[in-house]
Design a protein around this ligand. Structure first.
Ligand code: PHE
Length: 343
């Protein structure tokens, strides 16, 4: 290789020896200047015709060698540049996943107060031997009403303002229909809890169109109203405190006979009378009664052989009493200032 050609190669190499501040486009530009149509190398090839014929093959070989060296130098530079780009990108986008997160911003989640109350109530009843069985929220008229001794067009239907989907299909107004479903499939002894969402066309400070219920059902031989009172008192004392007393007042539900409203001594004043209990010392918390013989028979359970009790409570109401919450809407607005208090 003559000096001129060697210099040409060295020159090209030195232009791309430092890639640290070079953009990819610039490298391509230098490459076409070094190897393209107007490059010195191409000009050398063109000048072959001025060279004596006997020297041409040697000269051609030298130029080709030079081209190969230059091409290799560029291939090497391009590879290095690709690696560097990747390295820079990885460095720039690096995330240290071991850093502690900012708790003030991120905050740790926790359960909704309704879930907390539901879990607490279910735990108490599970300790008393109840099993938890859930059922559908979209129900038929039969399971929601008819099987529970509430015939079509009977005035007792007015007790539950209902969202109908068709004449025959509706959003369940209580969780009792699942008790019917269970009794149809299973002979006593039955000892079950039925939690879940229910729907009624009701809306004010203590009613919401969607709310949560937990209902209980016990069917066996020799079950009496005393079993009901004993169970509910044990439950109330576990949920509030051991001084809590229960009081039964006569009431009416089509599916129980006799039926009762159950009051608890006020958890706020202990029965002396305060704003929460409107001065009476008692708070109404649930409905209950002995399962109507017709309901048992509707489900294929002998009312001669078996008796049972049932009760139902609204979870929002229990939570409002337990935590002193004045408006049911607070549970569903998802205001973090409210929810945070139950951490
Ligand atoms: N299902 C009734 C309601 O939602 C509550 C209840 C259940 C009452 C069981 C008595 C016995 O209104």
């Amino acid at each position: 290789m003559n000096d001129k050609i060697r210099e040409l190669v060295e020159n090209c190499k030195s232009r791309i020896s430092d890639l640290s501040n070079m953009a990819a486009a610039e490298l391509q530009k230098i490459k076409s200047e070094s190897l393209g149509k107007n490059s010195e190398l191409t000009n050398l090839l063109k000048s072959m015709r001025d060279i004596p014929a006997e020297e041409r093959p040697r000269f051609g070989q030298m130029v080709n060698e030079a081209r190969k060296l230059i091409e290799e130098a560029f291939a090497d530079a391009e590879r290095k540049m690709k690696e560097k780009t990747l390295r820079d990108k990885l460095e720039k986008e690096r995330v240290d996943i071991t850093l502690p997160c900012d708790n003030a911003v991120q905050g740790r989640g926790h359960l909704h107060p309704i879930t907390l109350v539901a879990d607490e109530i279910m735990d108490i009843f599970k300790g008393l031997g109840f099993e938890v069985l859930e059922g559908p929220e979209i129900e038929t008229d039969y399971y929601c009403f008819e099987a529970l001794n509430i015939p079509k067009n009977h005035p007792a239907r007015d007790m539950q303002d209902t969202f109908y989907i068709t004449d025959n299909i509706l959003l369940r107004t209580h969780t009792s229909p699942n008790q019917v479903r269970v009794m149809e499939k299973k002979q006593p002894p039955i000892k079950m809890l039925c939690p879940g969402k229910v729907y009624r066309s009701d809306d004010d400070a203590s009613h919401s169109p969607m709310f949560h219920q937990i209902e209980g059902l016990v069917v066996d031989k020799h079950i009496t109203l005393c079993d009901l009172q004993g169970t509910l008192e044990a439950f109330a004392q576990a949920l509030f405190d051991e001084k809590t007393k229960t009081r039964f007042r006569p009431s009416f539900f089509p599916f129980t006979e006799p039926s009762v409203e159950v009051d608890l001594t006020c958890s706020n004043c202990g029965g002396k009378g305060c704003k929460l209990c409107k001065g009476t010392g008692w708070i109404e918390v649930l409905g209950a009664g002995m399962v109507h013989p017709k309901v048992l028979e509707n489900c294929g359970i002998s009312s001669e052989k078996y008796t049972g009790y049932a009760f139902g409570m609204g979870l929002e109401r229990i939570a409002m009493i337990k935590y002193g919450i004045p408006n049911i809407k607070l549970f569903f607005e998802n205001d973090a200032r409210f929810l945070k208090q139950f951490r």
